[in-house]
Design a protein around this ligand. Structure first.
Ligand SMILES: [Zn+2]
Length: 388
């Protein structure tokens, strides 16, 4: 990344007295320290979210510090102003402003915020998943009697394949490489949530081969393990992480490259991180597999590998992969059908604001809500204000 990014602010940070962070993903938390350059707001989030956010922001500052309008100081200030909350907790701000934290099912620690103020009930979903995964229970929130819902629309136009089918295809593909071809498998995965989800699947299906984890997945796993109450099957996760080989140096890496087994490494889109260091070794042999499990932004190395079979290697050269390359959709967002199942239960007198999606997805979902459910819905642009 060489261009200086643009960081729009919703208001002057000094005017803010409190903020709620729904989850740690950087498209939600990545600019938060900027609000502490001049501001001093209280920050509410789960302990899990706070731990993961600190980890991701520290990494962001280390990697792209010169491009950011804040430094570690602001992150330290932000963490000092943070207040951990639990699922189901309610906090009261300024007497008549209640916020309830509801499980969002998206990644460990993620919440939706139910706001009750001046007799109105407003649900801000944040990123949500109602489908149960190996790592998390699905979100089960109540959307009846709402005056307003602000809902995410990442997959408003697309359904995910059946989760169990995807798990089985994934495990079958891995076994084919390990047992059939005596090869090895590289699984580039997001450090937070997706890596742990993959490890839980492998453990659940009894895949008994050495599994090595490398990159930020190690630090993220430590944070996740230290917050057991957010995990659906903590025993499964801790068993999977106990069995895994945590790379601590060059020798562990060499062993992972030369022996039959599985490597789960960050980053999920093969843009830097530990995963790219394994890519040549795994992709240049037809016996092996490179299995992508995270969302791939167009133009990234991972997306190019899926679409063209070639990639930019660690030394900057474009190479053609000889190994099997596959993508598995283990999304942590509601698909089109799950979003619609939520919206069908919303009262017809409510208002719906559709956010967090491609403009086409947000607009199309808002139009469908108005057309088929007769509920007032819009897809606001950045910076627009609405009175509720
Ligand atoms: Zn997210």
């Amino acid at each position: 990344m060489s261009e200086t990014p643009h960081f729009p602010l919703p208001c002057s940070p000094r005017e803010l007295s409190a903020m709620v962070l729904t989850h740690s993903h950087l498209d939600h938390s990545g600019t938060m320290p900027l609000l502490y350059v001049s501001g001093n707001a209280d920050l509410y989030a789960t302990q899990m979210t706070l731990g993961l956010t600190e980890l991701l922001l520290t990494d962001e500052i280390n990697l792209s510090g010169e491009l950011l309008p804040f430094e570690e100081n602001e992150l330290v200030k932000m963490m000092k102003k943070s207040h951990p909350v639990n699922m189901g907790d309610e906090i009261e701000l300024n007497n008549d402003f209640l916020i309830k934290f509801v499980d969002a099912g998206h990644i460990p620690g993620s919440i939706s915020a139910l706001i009750q103020a001046e007799g109105k009930r407003i649900l801000v979903t944040g990123d949500i998943n109602t489908v149960e995964t190996r790592l998390l229970e699905g979100a089960k929130f109540d959307v009846t009697s709402l005056d307003t819902i602000v809902i995410e629309a990442t997959y408003a136009l697309q359904d995910h394949p059946n989760r169990k089918d995807t798990e089985r295809n994934f495990v079958d593909s891995i076994r084919e490489v390990l047992e059939g071809d005596q090869g090895k498998v590289l699984i580039p995965a997001f450090a937070v949530a997706r890596s742990q989800e993959v490890l839980c699947i492998l453990e659940k299906y009894g895949v008994n081969y050495p599994i090595t984890i490398d990159g930020m997945v190690r630090a993220a796993s430590k944070v996740i393990l230290s917050n057991p109450s957010f995990i659906r099957d903590y025993a499964l996760l801790s068993r999977a992480l106990e069995k895994a080989i945590w790379v601590r140096g060059r020798k562990d890496k060499q062993r992972a490259v030369s022996n039959t087994g599985i490597v789960v490494a960050s980053a999920g889109m093969l843009e830097g991180g530990a995963a790219i260091g394994y890519l040549d070794a795994f992709s240049q042999d037809a016996k092996n597999g490179v299995f992508l499990v995270s969302f791939q932004i167009p133009g990234t190395n991972g997306r190019t590998l899926i679409e063209t079979g070639s990639y930019i290697s660690n030394n900057g050269e474009r190479r053609k992969a000889k190994s099997k390359v596959k993508f598995f959709d283990f999304s942590s967002h509601c698909g089109k059908t799950e979003l619609w199942d939520i919206l069908k239960k919303v009262d017809s007198s409510a208002k719906v604001y559709v956010v967090h999606g491609e403009p086409e997805a947000c607009t199309s979902l808002a139009e469908r809500i108005s057309g088929e459910l007769g509920i007032e819905a819009s897809a606001p642009n950045n910076g627009e204000s609405y009175e509720i």
